[in-house]
Design a protein around this ligand. Sequence first.
Ligand SMILES: [Zn+2]
Length: 218
Amino acid sequence: MSKRVVKKGTYGFVESQGENVLKVDTEKMRAVRLMFDLCLDGMSLGQIKDIIDVQGILYPAKYKKDTPTGWSLAEISKILSNPIYSDERYKIISTQEFKVAQRMLKLNTRVTGKKIEISALVGIAVCSECGSFLVEKSVSSRGRKYLYYICGKYKKNGGCSAHKIAVLELNRRVLEILQYQNMDMLSFKELTREMAIKYLERVCVNSAGDIESVERNT
Ligand SMILES: [Zn+2]
């Protein structure tokens, strides 16, 4: 495997004096990790910007010039799209996390409310009919909120069909499959987002909510 070259000026790397190599800046890499975590939690670029601005994480140019500049969405997007952070030499995030992050960027999902939580299979479960990723939809009924996965294409423009299935139900079915294949997982009561990202590449779901195929991470 050919090694990726770190481009000069890549956020999270510093030039070490006298040597022609780039070293990891731990503090900035922590910020990179945070950006990826927020992205995987389903936050939009704007929401990620708000959080890192509040945390006082400085835009790279701040170190070069005296004028403070805030983060631009383009800069955040550039970081989240750069595979160097999943490179085996640095391992800021795993390859699978990077892949899901790329899907999350395309999905442009938004988390409403204060609590950052996104259903386990967003960016992983796909509609078997049109191939779009399933996205979340919450439905309120008699003061209670119910969460469903629905086809992303349907949510966007009414194309395809709803493919509606309760989040808890699909998560339960997927967990059962994982447990069937791996006894070590028997103690888990529910499918968490961390588990889904770690173990699953793709879960294909048909319009009846039945799982057609499960691709595991290798
Ligand atoms: Zn569809």
